[in-house]
Ligand binder design. Structure first.
Ligand SMILES: Nc1ncnc2c1ncn2[C@@H]1O[C@H](COP(=O)(O)OP(=O)(O)O)[C@@H](O)[C@H]1O
Ligand SMILES: N[C@@H](CC(=O)OP(=O)(O)O)C(=O)O
Length: 449
C-alpha cells in the first residue's frame, strides 16, 4: 500500500486534478491520498490558503474581505464546473467556508484554523467526488474520523502517538481514501492546523500510521535538487538522500518538503519519494535510511534569510557556571524560541528567526540580558542569512570546510559565524542576507562542478 500526497501546485486546477487521477489510476497500490489546498497556477497567482488567511484576518478586524472571499469561491466553482461535478459539491464547500467565518465572527477559539483548513477540505471533497464520477470506489475521510489527534503547541501542532493506531484501521477500508492534509483535532475536539506547508506532515503521519510501503510526495519538480533551483539554474538532481540529510536541508531552506514531515516516516522506516505530478515517469528523489552513493563531500546546500543574531560578551564567561542556561532562560520566559547558540570563551551568540522576536520583545529581552546577566556587550544584528551544507559522512572528510571558506572568499562575502552541527552531517555559515545568492552559487561551484 502506498500513501500519496499531492501538493498545492498539483491540485491547483481541474486539469491538474485530472492528472492526479491518472496517476492514481496508473498504480492500484496508491490507496490513500492526502491533498493540499489549490496552490498557484502561475507565478503571479494566489494560493487558496493565503486567501483564506486574508479573509480570516479581515473578519477578525471587523470587515470581511469580500474580494478574497469571491476569489476563493470562484477557484472552487471553476474546478467543480470543469470536472462536471454536481452543484452540491460546491454548496458543501461554501457552507464549510461560511461556518469558519461565522466561528471567527463569534470569536470562537480556533476559528481561523477552521477557515484555513477549508482549502484542503475542499480539494478532498472534490477529488473524492471526481474519482467516484470515474466509477472508482473512493471516499472522503475527515481527519477526525481517521483519528489524526494533535497537541496544540506554539509554532504548530504536534501529532499524538495514539493517532498511528487509529490510522492503521484505515487499511481495512475499501477503495481509494482521500484525506485533506494540513489539519487534525485536539482530544477536546478543536480543529488545529500544522504550520505552513503542513500537508506534507499529514502525509507522513498517515504513511507511518498505515505502515505504508512507500510515501510518495508529488510536487512540481522532477526531484530534490542539490540547491534551490531558483538560485542556481539546472542544479544537480539528487537520486537518494538519507532522512537525516533531508531533515537538515528542509529545515535550512529546501521548501520542497516540510522539515517536520520526515520524523513520522523515519520512525517507522517508511521510504519517501519526491516526484513530479507533471512528469510522473521521472524516478524522483528517494529518502531512505542509508545511502550507498557517498561520492562527493556534500549532497546539498540550503539557504534561508530572515534571521537575527543576539551577540553577548562578558569577560570570564567561561568560568561563570550557568551563564548559558540563564541567557536561554530569559528567552524561554519571554516565549521566544531560538535556532542555534554557538559560543566562544567570553562570548555567546543566539540565532533566532526574525518572526520569533518582535521589536517590543527585543527591547525586553535586551534589557533583561543587560540587567540580569551584567554582560559587557549585547548587540543585535538583523538581516542575517544562514547557509547550510549537508552530507552524510562529511565529518570524516578532510578539507570540506576549507572548500567552503574558499567559496565565501570567491563570492567576496564575509563570514559572520561558522557552526559545525552536532549531528555531524551539516555545517552552517552565518552571513549578511545580501550575500546569500552569490555565496550559494560559489558553494555550488566548489562542491558540484
Ligand atoms: N532544493 C530544492 N529542490 C527542489 N525544489 C526546491 C528546492 N528548494 C526549493 N524548492 C522549491 O520547492 C517547490 C516545491 O515545493 P512547494 O511549492 O511546497 O510544492 P507543493 O505545492 O507541491 O507543495 C519547487 O517548485 C521549488 O521551487
Ligand atoms: N495549504 C497549506 C498546506 C500545504 O502543505 O500546502 P502546499 O502543499 O501547497 O505546500 C499551505 O499553503 O501552507
Amino acid at each position: 500500500m502506498k500513501v500519496v500526497k499531492f501538493g498545492g501546485s498539483s491540485v491547483a486546477s481541474a486539469s491538474q486534478l485530472k492528472q492526479v487521477t491518472d496517476i492514481l489510476e496508473s498504480d492500484t497500490d496508491r490507496r490513500i491520498v492526502v491533498v493540499s489546498a489549490p496552490g498557484k497556477r502561475s507565478d503571479d497567482d494566489e494560493k487558496v490558503t493565503d486567501l483564506l488567511i486574508q479573509i480570516g484576518e479581515s473578519v477578525e478586524n471587523g470587515k470581511k474581505d469580500e474580494k478574497a472571499y469571491e476569489k476563493v469561491l470562484n477557484r472552487f466553482r471553476e474546478i467543480i464546473e470543469e470536472l462536471a461535478l454536481p452543484e452540491e459539491t460546491f454548496t458543501t464547500i461554501k457552507e464549510r467556508i461560511d461556518d469558519g467565518i461565522t466561528m471567527i465572527e463569534h470569536k470562537e477559539p480556533n476559528g481561523l484554523d477552521a477557515l484555513k483548513a477549508c482549502g484542503e477540505d475542499g480539494t478532498a471533497i472534490i477529488l473524492s467526488a471526481f474519482l467516484t464520477s470515474r466509477q472508482h470506489t473512493a471516499s472522503y475521510v475527515h481527519p477526525q474520523e481517521a483519528g489524526i489527534f494533535l497537541k496544540d503547541e506554539p509554532g504548530g501542532a504536534l501529532v499524538l502517538d495514539e493517532s498511528f493506531d487509529h490510522l492503521y484501521e484505515l487499511r481495512k477500508r475499501d477503495g481509494v481514501l482521500v484525506i485533506p492534509g494540513f489539519f487534525g483535532y485536539t482530544k477536546e475536539g478543536k480543529l488545529i492546523t500544522f504550520s505552513r506547508g503542513g500537508s506534507d506532515i499529514t502525509g507522513s503521519i498517515v504513511a507511518a500510521g498505515v505502515k505504508a510501503d512507500l510515501y510518495e510526495n508529488f510536487t512540481d519538480v522532477d526531484s530534490v535538487y542539490c540547491v534551490n533551483p531558483s538560485i542556481v539554474e539546472n542544479p544537480k538532481e539528487m537520486k537518494y538522500l538519507t532522512y537525516r540529510e533531508m531533515r537538515e536541508l528542509s529545515y535550512a531552506g529546501f521548501s520542497v518538503f516540510h522539515d517536520e514531515a520526515l520524523i513520522p516516516a523515519f520512525k517507522k522506516r517508511i521510504p519517501v519519494c519526491i516526484k513530479n505530478t507533471n512528469n510522473p515517469e521521472a524516478p524522483g528523489t528517494m529518502i531512505v535510511a542509508d545511502r550507498k552513493d557517498t561520492d562527493g563531500d556534500v549532497v546539498g546546500i540550503a539557504s534561508d534569510d530572515g534571521f537575527i543574531t543576539i551577540y553577548v560578551s562578558k569577560y570570564l564567561m567561561n568560568r561563570e557556571i550557568g551563564f548559558g542556561r540563564r541567557l536561554l532562560q530569559i528567552l524561554e520566559d519571554e516565549g521566544v524560541s531560538f535556532e542555534h547558540a554557538p559560543s566562544g570563551i567570553d562570548d555567546m551568540s543566539v540565532i533566532l528567526r526574525e518572526t520569533a522576536l518582535s521589536k517590543e520583545k527585543e527591547d525586553i529581552v535586551l534589557k533583561r540580558i543587560k540587567d540580569e546577566l551584567e554582560v559587557d556587550t549585547v548587540e543585535v544584528e538583523r538581516d542575517m542569512a544562514m547557509i547550510m551544507i549537508v552530507g552524510e559522512g562529511m565529518n570524516q572528510r578532510v578539507g570540506v570546510a576549507s572548500k567552503a571558506t574558499q567559496a565565501f572568499k570567491n563570492a567576496n562575502v564575509n563570514l559572520e559565524m561558522i557552526n559545525q552541527g552536532s549531528s555531524e552531517v551539516s555545517m552552517m555559515f552565518g552571513i549578511h542576507a545580501d550575500g546569500i545568492e552569490k555565496a550559494v552559487r560559489e558553494l555550488y561551484k566548489v562542491y558540484f562542478t
